[in-house]
Design a protein around this ligand. Structure first.
Ligand code: SF4
Ligand code: SF4
Length: 383
């Protein structure tokens, strides 16, 4: 009996964003992954442009990786468009493109922009578990070939942000708020998976040259992890990426578990053919996961634990510029305050989604561990 076909993930070492090094490593990762030839004459590269942040903060996919990827796609004569929807409140397109370095990539045959530029369409699917319908970027839905160019980061709510999570950015603000309005980490994972299955990308590339560790996706620290990953199956690539973050069992990450249970990719590492390295080469030892503590518990306990051992937003007035962004992003309107005043959090409404922390432009909305969470951390350090 022949072996079942495996999900191939190609990986290549890349220590820096030196353009030549990135170009070589990306070409190697694509070759090892058996990247298909993009058809249709045009390619959409769905990048991660979460916020107007400089590339060295590791919040967004690095422009050198996007440049190299666009170059590979141009070899076949494809027109390339690089785009994303930033977090809800960043409406200044010029600033976003300038600060992320993506604006400078526009050249002959390569255009850049926002995924919202052609509007959104309502999509409903029988396979949805949490959402009834979602509004998704028309540009994304209609693209003949999509490459998902994710950044490897920690995430205070979903623990890891990589290929599957990156597709969250194809939805409009109202849909994303609906996903975040749930008090359960598992429900958020199911909602993101609902969005992913609408139109899975045709290919995936991960910028893990510098990844984000700590309290991502906005305020963690860059860490030189030194990899570029590529593969046709987003979940398989995420599996390899989770090894960089030292997860022993990636199915402990609710989003990975939700995606695997829907059959959109491997359910076990043995289903993946890792090309270019051994699994034991992948970990960046000592990698700091997010201080979201729920990941330490078995998946079946997480619904209960989310309310008990969880993090909550806490305002540090010193850094607050009273811009009102946190109030605008809160999916359940738990933040009030007069215009120009310090925000006030209504704890009885707050579902601890931490969107306010993620989107605060100054980092003044911090993450606070409760007593039980603190106890778990200390216990773990001494254990
Ligand atoms: S906490 Fe952050 S987002 Fe909220 S008002 Fe202050 S600076 Fe703005
Ligand atoms: S106050 Fe912050 S953490 Fe609480 S629900 Fe609103 S955005 Fe989420």
């Amino acid at each position: 009996m022949s072996e079942p076909e495996k999900y191939t993930v190609g990986v290549a070492r890349c220590e820096s964003y030196d353009p030549q090094e990135v170009k070589g490593a990306l070409a190697l990762a694509l070759e090892r992954a058996g990247a298909p030839e993009a058809k249709g004459g045009s390619v959409l590269i769905k990048t991660n442009m979460l916020s107007p942040s400089e590339p060295d903060r590791a919040v967004t996919t690095h422009p050198e990786v996007l440049r190299a990827l666009a170059g590979e796609m141009r070899k076949n004569g494809n027109a390339v468009h690089i785009a994303d929807n930033p977090g809800y409140i960043f409406s200044d397109k010029g600033k976003l493109l300038r600060m992320t370095g993506v604006g400078a990539l526009a050249s002959d045959g390569v255009s850049v922009g926002l995924l919202s530029d052609l509007g959104f369409r309502s999509v409903g699917k029988d396979s949805f578990k949490t959402l009834r319908e979602a509004r998704i970027s028309s540009r994304y839905l209609d693209a003949p070939f999509v490459i998902n160019a994710a950044k490897l980061k920690t995430h205070v709510e979903t623990e890891m942000s990589c290929c599957v999570k990156n597709i969250f950015g194809t939805a409009d603000t109202a849909t994303r708020k609906k996903c975040h309005a749930s008090a359960s980490q598992t429900a958020l994972a199911e909602a993101i998976t609902d969005l992913f299955v609408i139109r899975p990308p045709d290919f995936n590339v991960v910028d893990a040259v510098f990844s984000m560790e700590g309290d991502g996706p906005s305020y963690g620290k860059p860490r030189n992890t030194g990899w570029i990953l590529a593969g046709a199956n987003a979940l398989a690539v995420d599996w390899a990426a989770s090894a960089i973050m030292c997860y022993r069992d990636p199915l402990n990450i609710p989003l990975m578990a939700a995606a695997a249970s829907r059959g959109i990719g491997p359910r076990d590492r043995s289903e993946i053919a890792l090309v270019g390295a051994e699994w034991s080469d992948m970990p960046s030892w000592g990698f700091k996961k997010s201080t979201s503590l729920v990941w330490m518990l078995p998946v079946f306990l997480r619904g209960i634990a989310h309310g008990l051992v969880s993090l909550r937003p806490e305002l540090a007035r010193d850094g607050c510029v009273r811009c009102g962004v946190c109030g605008r992003v809160c999916p359940v309107d738990a933040i009030t305050g007069e215009a120009g005043a310090y925000p006030v959090i209504n704890r009885s409404l707050c579902v601890k989604c931490l969107c306010c922390h993620e989107m605060c432009p100054t980092g003044a909305m911090t993450v606070h561990r409760n007593f039980l969470a603190e106890f778990v951390v200390r216990f773990r350090k001494s254990g």
